[in-house]
Design a protein around this ligand. Structure first.
Ligand code: BTN
Length: 255
């Protein structure tokens, strides 16, 4: 099968405002972004591939990335202000959701923190990583890694009940360009947190009963809102608390 990503189309749609590095096959676009972080200057660099041999997900999991049926991309950007780093994952989810909504008739929803669901199945995962400057020990860049199942239909056993694909006729290059454009746009104004309203509107969990696992302990709660840093506000029998966007996995009850 021929490559689905067309670098020239992406560049054209983005008016050449980012550098695009395309790979037919790569271990992981996030890994490549990390390896190349010294190349980052004023404008972001987009790493995109038709296939990953070692796609990585949150919580140390792998991300299934078969050939030519998905979009695997990472945007390497200069780090935002320290106080805004906490919400980049939330911002990235909105960037993806808006792009899918614009280019397809689908209604994507966000399962906290950053899994995108369509018709009850996870179609997209997002892995944001910070790059620390070894000399200053400060976060100098961030990597927004996004994997979307465009028309993957043959999933491994462990995810076959939960994973799905967009399964619509869509130009992957156009989707990639629009997501990148949305990221750049939202990141220009992160401190205003305007994207939080859109995140709330697309939340799959607000108002629902959830179970969440933190430090190997599983608890039950009701999700009630998203705070300005992307934290999930929940009520439990002990009162209200906020889960921050860390190493927590949640499930909707009856999931
Ligand atoms: C998750 O669902 O846990 C997050 C998955 C993130 C996958 C994307 S695919 C592009 C980029 N490269 C990676 O290795 N991971 C991210």
């Amino acid at each position: 099968m021929s490559a689905r990503i067309n670098k020239q189309n992406i560049l054209q749609k983005l008016n050449n405002k980012v550098e695009v590095r395309y790979f037919h096959t790569i271990d992981s676009t996030n890994n490549e972004a990390k390896r190349c972080y010294c190349d980052l200057q004023d404008s972001p660099i987009l790493f995109v591939s038709d296939h990953q041999t070692n796609g990585r997900g949150r919580l140390g999991r792998s991300f299934y990335s078969p050939k030519n049926t998905g979009l695997y991309m990472s945007v390497l950007l200069s780090a935002p202000k320290t106080e805004d780093i906490v919400c980049i994952t939330t911002a990235a989810s909105v960037a993806v959701t808006k792009a899918i909504e614009k280019l397809t008739p689908l209604s994507p929803m966000i399962k906290w923190v950053n899994d995108i669901y369509v018709k009850g199945k996870k179609v997209c995962g997002i892995l944001c990583e910070a790059v620390t400057n070894p000399i200053s020990s400060k976060i100098s860049a961030v990597i927004i890694g996004i994997g979307i199942n465009i028309n993957t239909n043959d999933f491994p056993q462990d995810i076959k009940d939960t994973a799905g694909a967009l399964s619509v006729n869509i130009d992957s290059s156009e989707l990639c360009a629009l997501i990148t454009d949305n990221i750049i746009d939202i990141f220009q104004n992160l401190e205003q947190r305007e994207f939080i309203a859109e995140y709330r509107e697309h939340s799959l969990v607000i108002g629902k009963e959830i179970t969440y696992t933190q430090n190997n302990k599983t608890e039950t709660a009701t999700a009630i809102d998203i705070d300005r840093n992307g934290g999930l506000i929940i009520t439990t029998e002990n009162g209200t608390e906020t889960l921050s966007t860390g190493e927590i996995s949640i499930r909707l009850r009856n999931d």
